[in-house]
Design a protein around this ligand. Structure first.
Ligand SMILES: Cc1cc2nc3c(=O)[nH]c(=O)nc-3n(C[C@H](O)[C@H](O)[C@H](O)COP(=O)(O)OP(=O)(O)OC[C@H]3O[C@@H](n4cnc5c(N)ncnc54)[C@H](O)[C@@H]3O)c2cc1C
Length: 459
């Protein structure tokens, strides 16, 4: 046996899993077909429960650059290009961390290396077969092809996952091929931005709030002034003629004119890139038929993808897949996993993925063009004055409504949910629970845990 776990894919989710496994003493090997970490602009940040989970691994501080614990967003968020007024809620479940994906990958890679993970850049998984004891993986690398045996193989190799295809796992779902999304980092004249609210003033149309996608009868428009970058400007339209032309700022300006019926004078982005300038046609919302096949497991985009309807659920789900699978697989490798523990990876994470499919489809329906959708949105606007409705949609968006089944007939309200950020009293003084879960428990700390007393009345 060459290694305990081979992870195909050194994207965010593969690297997160490698860190989780290493913390438990397992020996993961990451194989990444790219010669170096990708700088391709993808996610603009993290949304939802995963922001708090990263705090439980000390990664929130590295990503945010601040020792402060994550703070919920208590102003507003979006659902189907409609505002969720989070100020109606006593405790908002929506957490955001505006960090570009290439930086997330960089931080996870640094952490993995600190933990002793071997990452082989330029090594691509091209074949696999399984027997009762191991998976045999065929790889091509800079020095040619080779083969190794591992107890488990993880497909963290993205939406077009080779691991998923080689394992014969279908990827059913929906393709929204009528939709075209154009996005660019661009500058807008300073006098068009309200310094108090950050809203973009579009003469002839009105104001557009930052980070709140705006729908008209002709499509969608969004203005996202990301910290440290020029604003990210996007449009969504339906039934656009096919084109091979290279995407340009002029194409985005023309699209904005169609959507808003008014011009936004976009200038080229300034500052250091990489800068976004892209046109995406169609989008997929799919869940793998199975997340496991014998000794093979799928995580992240290899297991599920979502059309870009706002909010960015991809990393919220994928990183939590990695955290869910990591400790279970480690227990299996150590021989301490109770029967059936590994099976709970699929049941728990599939239910989370299904909630996101529901969210993506509902949001697609709410942003579609047409007068009937406008009527639906008027009704939704009324419903969104009700704090209970706002809470429900906020929890759905944040992935905070997922409750794992612990098999208890009458579970405590917190059973199966992610633990609140409790402050505990210890002999050394108060400590947040999130600070106690960053390294594996030592024998000394295991003794200390029963002495801890939650200071919150929540339990
Ligand atoms: C334009 C865009 C914007 C997005 N915005 C957001 C957002 O704002 N928020 C959000 O949460 N999500 C967003 N997403 C989704 C997010 O980027 C994905 O969910 C995330 O990248 C998935 O991570 P992953 O590690 O599962 O897969 P990937 O990031 O796809 O990584 C997979 C890795 O596997 C490697 N690989 C592939 N095949 C092999 C092989 N055979 N052998 C070895 N290595 C292989 C690839 O080179 C790649 O590095 C966006 C996506 C796009 C495209």
């Amino acid at each position: 046996m060459t290694t305990d776990v081979v992870i195909a894919g050194g994207g965010p989710n593969g690297l997160m899993l490698a860190c989780e496994l290493s913390l438990t003493g397992a020996r993961p090997l990451v194989l990444e077909r790219l010669p170096a970490p990708s700088r391709e602009p993808k996610a603009n940040g993290l949304l939802g429960q995963v922001v708090r989970m990263l705090d439980h691994r000390g990664l929130h501080e590295r990503l945010s650059g601040s020792p402060q614990p994550p703070q919920p967003n208590s102003a507003y968020f979006m659902f189907g290009a409609m505002g969720l007024d989070l100020s109606l809620l006593e405790d908002s479940p929506v957490y955001t961390l505006p960090v570009p994906q290439h930086r997330i990958v960089q931080v996870l890679q640094e952490r993995a290396v600190e933990l002793g993970v071997e990452i082989r850049w330029g090594h691509e998984v091209i074949g696999l077969s399984q027997d009762d004891d191991a998976v045999t993986v065929d790889i091509t690398g800079p020095d040619g092809e080779y083969r190794l045996r591992t107890r488990h193989l993880i497909g963290a190799d993205g939406a077009h996952s080779t691991t998923r295809k080689l394992s014969g796992i279908a990827f059913p779902g929906i393709t929204y091929d009528r939709m075209t999304v154009r996005s660019a980092h661009a500058t807008v004249p300073a006098d068009r931005v309200d310094p108090a609210t950050g809203a973009l003033n579009v003469p002839g149309h009105g104001t557009v709030m930052p980070f709140l996608p705006h729908r008209t009868e002709h499509g969608g428009f969004s203005y996202a002034p990301m910290p440290g970058h020029p604003p990210l400007i996007s449009t969504t339209e339906w039934d656009q003629p096919a084109t091979d032309a290279t995407m340009s700022l002029e194409e985005l300006r023309a699209s904005i004119r169609r959507v808003l019926g008014a011009d936004v004078p976009l200038g080229p982005p300034d500052g250091q890139g990489p800068h976004v300038l892209r046109r995406l046609t169609g989008g997929n919302t799919r869940i793998a038929e199975r997340f496991t096949d014998g000794r093979v497991f799928l995580i992240g985009d290899a297991a599920h993808v979502y059309a870009a309807t706002g909010g960015g659920p991809g990393l919220n789900l994928g990183l939590q897949d990695a955290i869910n699978l990591g400790w279970k697989l480690a227990a299996e490798i150590r021989g301490s996993a109770p029967p059936g523990l590994l099976d709970t990876y699929e049941t728990e994470r599939r239910s989370a993925a299904h909630r996101m499919v529901l969210s993506a489809q509902a949001q697609s329906a709410l942003i579609a063009p047409g007068g009937d959708v406008t009527g639906l949105r008027e009704l939704f606007t009324e419903l969104l004055r009700d704090p209970d409705t706002v809470r429900r949609l906020a929890e759905l968006t944040a992935g905070a409504d997922v409750r794992y089944d612990m098999g208890e007939p009458e579970p405590h309200p917190l059973t199966g949910r992610f633990v609140p950020d409790l402050e505990l009293h210890t002999a050394a003084g108060p400590v947040r629970l999130a600070e106690l879960t960053r390294t594996p428990p030592s024998a000394e700390r295991q003794h200390a845990v029963p002495l801890l007393r939650p200071s919150s009345g929540i339990l």
